[in-house]
Ligand binder design. Sequence first.
Ligand SMILES: [Zn+2]
Length: 314
Amino acid sequence: MSGRRSKTKRVLAIVATLLAVLGALLASTFTAKTLSVDETQAITLPAPAAPPAAMRVRALRAGSMSSSAAFAFRGGAFSDERVFSMGGVLVEHPQGRLLFDTGFGRNARTHIEGIPWLMRATTTFELGTPIADQLRASGFDVSTLSGVVPTHVHWDHISGVPDFPGVPIWLPRAEHDFIASGGRASELMRSFGKLEVRPYDFPHGAYLGYPSSFDVFGDASVVLVQAGGHTPGSIIAFITEPSGRKLALIGDLAWQQEGIEQPTERPWVSRMIVDFDAERVREEVAHVHRIQRLIPELIVVPAHEPRAWAKLVQ
Ligand SMILES: [Zn+2]
């Protein structure tokens, strides 16, 4: 009897130790840790953009999510409740009108039911007026959009795509392939069926340290670069307004501004759920951190960062 009892005790001790080690490991993934920043390649400033005077940029909110800072960036506190804005940025240029990301669309409630349970369990959602309805209400004919340009195709960035029937969806090849390759992260996009996709490449020169770029209107007012990692074909849109104000729509490279400022990554549990290639995300985050240092006036806009959005919404 006593032999069996001591054996049971030993097993319990081993299980308790293992649980303690696993707990400590998990806890350590939430601790603050800044990313190393590779300074070997110099970043050169691009030639000034020449945005036309009639160009306009509008940030449109379509709801929000709330979660803890601890899930958004390493070192964030569990008690620090953060709002994650959900929306899109409309760029009206005389040569075309583009909507970057859609935020929550008309069927967002159904889309939310499809997200990973862990994210649902740690998040609360607030649905706003879908962007298509906001635009219609303001007299904007959504059929005149030249394109919806997702920063990437995760559900919360493309939930509103079906609200813009007939409007082409602009996608770089890597993101198009990501949708075609299957997998849960791009499931919602596939569920929309056949879409009118306008594939694009990055045919123009190096830009801010990125090897190639896509100068959409030829005046450097809207320059897209490939910054994959969060998804294979994630992009950043660098936008220069007629006022000279500069924006960088970085999608989900970071969820909150601390990610770029420090710079730091998401904690392991968030990376595991949302990032396709965490190492590439680290490199891209560190690169945007360097760009921000080089151009202090640049407004870096993580897609879900309400403090950056507050600067855009007039
Ligand atoms: Zn995402």
